[in-house]
Design a protein around this ligand. Structure first.
Ligand code: PMP
Length: 426
């Protein structure tokens, strides 16, 4: 029963576009009424009609320690009582910068911002400024936020709504974003060669999340690193989703590759609006006020978000990543057992605590493969799970997330429900 949510949706639509503050929340792809969430705790979210769901969206990634994690709550409460924003430097900002730099291989300096969009937008500005070139290469299906340069062949909500290119993005901007294919190094080389001395940067999600979870295959990241070095193009790894999730030091640690610039978000804010970009000394020394490349923010390094982020990172030790890996492996093995026992035409990818069940027999190597999934059946499955109390991302073009609060018992319960839901769908 979603009566209260339906009434709220109708009320919201009068003052908010689509009734939501970010498009994917409207359930346009899967249809139906989105539950309006009242509160969340651990692995669970509760809606206004008092329905309880096991949550695999986790605020789209940040809640890696489960919702309302007591240490994050305490840290944020303490910080907010001290004053929620000063617009002046604080000691805690240095603490979090040092923590991030210490964890992430190859990262020298970092600048805090308030959203993943800002982080990615700023990183490409730095790359363009340092290289004195204007074009960037991104991959179809990768999402780097809603800055103009990225809304070309973008994944996530833009894809779900069939709007990978948005009106309002100028032709000039669109011309400066070249599109390559994930896991296809030759597609990148061809673009760089066709635009000699014009490409400032290649930006990518090291593990795709915004077109479903797709790992880099056949040393794709290492090949990309070598190609960028050879062509003097900056490599930007967007770890907004993967950072501090797929390993303690993010995907760069997991796959052993060092970019020139990094983008972070989600997990580092502990559920508050915080993100960051950073890179090598060479790159970051050009950022204002040290250098001429301008970037700023009223709420950048916000004390409440910083306190929450520090509380999150402190808990994310080696043990936490072992636990996330074990839970992910349990879910993956369970799904595979169901697929094999029933001969369902499904495949899956998982990297640590990021996963997607594709309505496609595979292989899934990139966005082009995901587009041929059975989206209608996915939508049916999504609703079959929702009515059983499992909240999955409302699109095939999204990844699912696990938290440390998802116990083995919760995962067994989800697998039982998935088996029943799939039997209903096929
Ligand atoms: N980059 C990636 C890889 C993301 O997944 C997202 C958000 N899903 C962003 C950038 C944009 O972050 P935000 O929504 O905080 O602007």
């Amino acid at each position: 029963m979603l009566d209260k949510s339906q009434a709220l949706l109708e009320r919201a639509q009068k003052t908010i576009p689509g009734g939501v503050n970010s498009p994917v929340r409207a359930f346009k792809g899967v249809g139906g009424t989105p539950p309006f969430i009242k509160r969340a705790e651990g692995a669970y979210i509760f809606d206004e009609d008092n329905n309880k769901y096991i949550d695999f969206v986790l605020s789209w990634g940040p809640a890696i320690l489960g919702h309302a994690n007591p240490e994050i709550v305490a840290a944020a409460q303490h910080a907010v009582a001290m004053g929620s924003s000063f617009g002046a430097p604080t000691a805690a900002e240095i603490d979090i910068a040092e923590m991030i730099v210490a964890r992430v291989p190859g990262l020298d300096r970092v600048r805090m911002v308030s959203s993943g969009t800002e982080a990615c937008m700023s990183a490409i500005r730095v790359a363009r400024g340092v290289k004195s070139r204007e074009k960037i290469i991104k991959f179809s299906g990768c999402y780097h936020g809603h800055a103009d340069s990225f809304l070309i062949a973008a994944g996530s909500g833009a894809m779900t709504l069939g709007l990978p290119n948005s009106p309002g993005v100028t032709r000039g901007t669109a011309q400066d974003t070249l599109i390559a294919q994930f896991n296809n190094i030759e597609s990148v080389r061809a673009l760089i060669d066709a635009n000699p001395d014009q490409v400032a940067a290649v930006i990518l999600e090291p593990v795709c999340g915004n077109t479903g979870c797709i790992p880099p295959q056949d040393d794709f990241l290492k090949k990309l690193r070598a190609l960028c070095t050879e062509k003097d193009v900056a490599l930007i790894i967007d770890e907004v989703m993967t950072g501090f999730r797929v390993a303690r030091g993010g995907a760069v640690e997991r796959y052993g590759v060092k970019p020139d610039l990094y983008c972070f978000g989600k997990v580092i804010g502990g559920g508050f609006p915080m993100a960051a970009y950073g890179g090598t000394h060479e790159m970051m020394s050009q950022v204002a006020p040290d250098g001429p490349i301008y970037q700023a923010g009223t709420l950048s390094g916000n004390p409440v978000a910083v306190a929450a982020g520090i509380a999150a990172l402190k808990q994310l030790d080696a043990e936490a990543y072992d636990l996330l890996e074990a839970r992910g492996a349990q879910l993956e093995a369970g799904f595979q057992k169901i697929i094999d026992a029933n001969g369902y035409p499904l495949s899956q990818h998982r990297v640590g605590s990021m996963f997607t069940l594709f309505f496609h027999p595979g292989p899934i190597r990139n966005h082009e493969d995901v587009k041929s999934c059975d989206l209608e059946r996915f939508n049916h499955f999504f609703h079959a799970m929702l009515k059983r109390g499992v909240y999955l991302a409302p699109s095939q073009f999204e990844a699912g997330f696990l938290s440390t609060a998802h116990t083995p018992e919760i995962i067994d319960e989800v697998l039982e429900k998935a088996e029943a839901a799939l039997a209903e769908v096929f």
